[in-house]
Design a protein around this ligand. Structure first.
Ligand SMILES: Nc1ncnc2c1ncn2[C@@H]1O[C@H](COP(=O)(O)OP(=O)(O)OP(=O)(O)O)[C@@H](O)[C@H]1O
Ligand SMILES: O=C(CO)[C@H](O)[C@H](O)COP(=O)(O)O
Length: 290
């Protein structure tokens, strides 16, 4: 946690929609004239694509069939914690990108599945914004969650999450349905041990719930649309949240628990902006006064 150099983290599984949620935050940053340093969680994978495949094979030979990007062994989580500590104390640190596909790799003249070189964070950023798998991770003497000033979980119900991943990985990243299914299965133990616990450490969770039948996510032709879903928004600490105002402005919304607001899927972006703009402005106000 740092008043001078605040950190916001969006954490969620692969395909949950963290990149999509990041766009809502980028609207807030643009509108408020804030310079945010983006940190992509995938850039803290330990291995590039080919080395990861080799490591998975090596682990399989040792009897571990579940070595995955969700677990701490496949990521540089100590280094990620250190980046958060460094940024929190001085506004500096080093970042890089993981190039998922040909489109992302082309400007760097690199192969997909590789990392760009580490680069210094430029001076003068207002805040750091992390988006990835481990924004609220803690364990093995590392506590990433503790370094974050505003931590948001993005967690669709699991069938919807799988549909989103199956569609994105096949349409945009060129994987077969079988390859994505294998990845989902291999990652399951790490999902339970390393992703689920994070959502008990976040400040706010967004859970998109489909209101159409997603019983068999492996045959779903389309991702349920905004109109075919509701979003459950749960605040760890509801003190200071103006629910009356949110209910009046977000048509069709309701409270289901004292700390839980439910909004129609189409209002998710608006809800994010209504909820997070005052929180971001508060962080900036505290920064200015520090
Ligand atoms: N609210 C939403 N409504 C409809 N589709 C969505 C929504 N959120 C995400 N999606 C779709 O789900 C897919 C995965 O979303 P996204 O790329 O944001 O996931 P991610 O969590 O960033 O994944 P990764 O970490 O693996 O990159 C995309 O095709 C995206 O368009
Ligand atoms: O989305 C992911 C994690 O968030 C990817 O699965 C991960 O970044 C590795 O991707 P690939 O195996 O396609 O290189």
């Amino acid at each position: 946690m740092s008043v001078k150099h605040p950190i916001i983290a969006i954490t969620g599984s692969s395909g949950a929609g963290t990149s999509t949620v990041m766009q809502s935050f980028q609207h807030i940053f643009r509108r408020e004239g804030l310079k945010a340093q983006i940190v992509e969680g995938d850039s803290f994978h330990r291995y590039d694509r080919l080395s990861m495949r080799a490591e998975m094979k090596a682990q399989e030979a040792l009897g571990n069939l579940n070595f995955s990007h969700f677990g701490p062994e496949a990521n540089l989580l100590g280094e990620l914690e250190q980046l958060f500590v460094d940024y929190g104390s001085s506004g500096s640190g080093k970042v890089r990108k993981y190039l998922h596909d040909a489109g992302e790799a082309e400007p760097w003249k690199q192969e997909p599945g590789t990392f760009t070189p580490w680069q210094d964070i430029p001076d003068g950023t207002d805040l750091m914004f992390y988006e990835g798998l481990h924004g609220a991770w803690a364990g093995e003497g590392i506590n990433i969650a503790k370094q974050v000033d505003l931590c948001v979980g993005v967690v669709p119900t699991i069938n919807l999450e799988w549909i989103q991943k199956l569609h994105r990985d096949q349409k945009m990243r060129g994987y077969s349905q079988e390859a994505v299914t294998d990845t989902i299965l291999r990652r399951m133990p790490d999902y339970v041990s390393h992703l689920c616990p994070q959502f008990g450490r976040t400040h706010v969770n967004f859970q998109r719930v489909p209101i159409v039948d997603t019983s068999n996510p492996f045959i779903a032709r389309d991702i349920p649309t905004a109109d075919e879903s509701m979003v459950v928004i749960r605040f760890a600490n509801p003190k200071g949240i103006d629910f009356q105002y949110l209910l009046s402005i977000l048509h069709g919304s309701m409270m289901t628990r004292p700390n839980t607001l439910v909004v129609p899927g189409g209002k998710m972006g608006l809800a994010m902006q209504m909820i997070f703009t005052p929180m971001v402005l508060r962080l900036m106000d505290q920064k200015r006064r520090a």
